[in-house]
Design a protein around this ligand. Sequence first.
Ligand SMILES: Nc1ncnc2c1ncn2[C@@H]1O[C@H](COP(=O)(O)OP(=O)(O)OP(=O)(O)O)[C@@H](O)[C@H]1O
Length: 122
Amino acid sequence: MFKAVLNQKPSSPALPTDPNCVSPPRRRKRFEMPLVPHIGSKKFAQSQNQLNGKISNADRRGDFFARRQRIAQQRKSLPIASVEKRLVEEVRNNDTLIIVGETGSGKTTQLPQFLFNWGILS
Ligand SMILES: Nc1ncnc2c1ncn2[C@@H]1O[C@H](COP(=O)(O)OP(=O)(O)OP(=O)(O)O)[C@@H](O)[C@H]1O
């Protein structure tokens, strides 16, 4: 029975060979993040140390709000934060988007959160 199913011809032609099938053009784009003082640079390390130092005592006491504030500040300091809105628009407007940015700029950890917050992912 399995063999019989495999030998059956499809009743309609496959989409790619159908001359009447015109697929819409795919929109592709390359998005390059701006270079900003970043991981590996002294300035970035200093800014992260400042952020860590500022609230670390409250953090140690398990202060939820201080911890949340520190995370928010660290997220804001990442290069990807400055292009959040533009990036979300590009994701909306393109079928394929290649995002180029320095290592540690926030592509992996921040982009999914942006897409969730802007209602693109649920
Ligand atoms: N588990 C973690 N704890 C603390 N900080 C983290 C953690 N994971 C990532 N980070 C920090 O978050 C920032 C963004 O990292 P992320 O992995 O999103 O960058 P990326 O652009 O995807 O990097 P890559 O190109 O190397 O994958 C970096 O500064 C990184 O050090």
